[in-house]
Write a protein that binds this ligand. Sequence first.
Ligand code: TPP
Length: 620
Amino acid sequence: MSDSYEILKTIDSPNDLKKLNLNQLNQLSDELASYIHEVISELGGHYSSPLGVIELTIALHYVYNTPSDKLVWDVGHQAYPHKILTGRREEFKKIRKFGGISGFLKRDESIYDCFGAGHTSTSISAALGFAHMRDKYKTDEKVLAIIGDGAMTGGLAYEALNNLGYHRTQLTVVLNDNSLSISQSVGALSKYLTKLTTNPTYNRLRDNVKDITEKLPMMSNRIKKLLKKAESGVKVSLTDGGFFEELGIRYIGPIDGHNLNELIRVFKTIKKIDGPVLLHIHTNKSRRIEHFDTDDAVKYYSLSPSNSNTIANSFTFSKVFGKSILDLSNKYDFTCITAAMDVGTGLSEFSKLHENRYIDVGIAEQHALTYSSGISASNSIPVVAIYSTFIQRAFDQIVHDIAIQNLPVIICMDRAGLVGADGPTHHGIFDMAFLRMIPNFIVTSPKDGYELHDLLYTALKIKKIFSIRYGKIQTDYSLNYKPKEIEVGSWEVIKDGSEVVFLSVGSMVETCSEVASKLLDKKNIKAGVVNCRFIKPLDSEMLNIIIKKYKYIFTVEEGCISGGFGSSVLEYYSGCNHNSVIKLIGIDDNFVDHGSRTELLDITNLSIRKIYEKVLNNYE
Ligand SMILES: Cc1ncc(C[n+]2csc(CCOP(=O)(O)OP(=O)(O)O)c2C)c(N)n1
């Protein structure tokens, strides 16, 4: 660590922080910002969110006694300063790299990470669990949940607030309000928070009440109580009901989340309050980023590694989805839905061109799916663009609201398979297993961009419950492609073979084609390759031919083996008499860590080399 990190290099644990004076703490916050900038501009990773909570993190670790006191961070993408201050300063140089520390919080990484995360809106629920067990076992640690205004749009956060307001135990919710999610925060809550922050009359009145109570320490408790009542009356009349207070949670704020002195003072006061408190802090994610423009929010949310090369004129599946949906919007009337992931899913161009055919519901995947079923019940077609990992939240909505009522909804799942540096919370490896078991579902995965366009076209044409999964990878595609309908349940033979065949799904079609070429070149084994673009329904005609023709059948999927595509092939063949050897290649019963996609494919046996070896190990 260079000499420019004069104070940071002395911080090995939060105890070291407590020895610093205010000037030194302020210097530390600048050094932390430089260090995060230095490492993340090179390695890539979340950027604006950690920079926005530097002072908050210092104040929390300064005032509270971590790890006994519990800091439960929502999502965890903002917790880089927390990691650096809690003994991981040097490890931070390998953050998100294979074998290095995680980009999110992880219980087995540090005792200071009391609760892991990656998905949003879980912090208040988890914190309440900690708080109730503290009460039950009569220990005295403080519990805090730190949640952003974006994550506050998720329903789970309200379920927890409802529970907290009722039980009224000590728990401090720090609401980090920067008016941004990944892009702009949407919804009524965002407006409400802005109103709280910008209502000068309300803030002045509150300050007055506070001033009086502070200036008259000898005032009787009765008068203090009366003044408090007046304060809450003021709040009710000026802020549409004091939402949090009505739930039974003391609202404090808004305060400047970059003013260390103020943060420390307020946390010291809150520490003495025995019940639930919501501290509303206002921060600015762009404060430490030069030349930041509001339109840059997404750009600075997460940086790419300095050595990443973007291939000119290349397509990712997200980009193909964005182009295909625009193309099909001229022909079909549908509504696109996103849960705060317009840019990530490729919907931003569509959202600008078709404002009245597009809705961002906030970080609310469950709502997104039930809302879509309502659209469908009104005889319109909803297209939900979502990441595979986040749809896990909405399983019951899919079963109960969509499938049982057989309401046509098109679900386009990006980031299916291994996503790389974000790790286990973000890999999309379960979707094939949990969707294919639901009646009325058509489950698909295209081998390339052209087929994604074809499948989307097919889905819009046939109006059924239709899911399409694709990965965070480059693919073949060209603009002005004219899509064609694909017969539901039909597979495609890519290479004919003898003895060995690969039944491959999505990204694995290309991989298996390369394995087949290698087998032919090196071992003179002629392996067939089938593009199993329908995971459900299966192509039973082709399966009947395959079982007669091939002795070795390998199913290959970038998803979990348990219950996945290969399992469905086994289920199908369990009703047939055959002498073939059927082997399933996919992700074992394990969570996959973070690393580059190439590294992860290899450790999960999905690289060309590993599949090639697997065939030879089974071939007699
Ligand atoms: C369930 C879920 N949906 C979507 C995401 C993707 N995501 C990660 S962070 C984020 C925005 C969070 O905004 P906020 O809570 O305000 O935090 P900030 O980065 O602004 O500090 C989103 C949508 C996620 N992690 N989890």
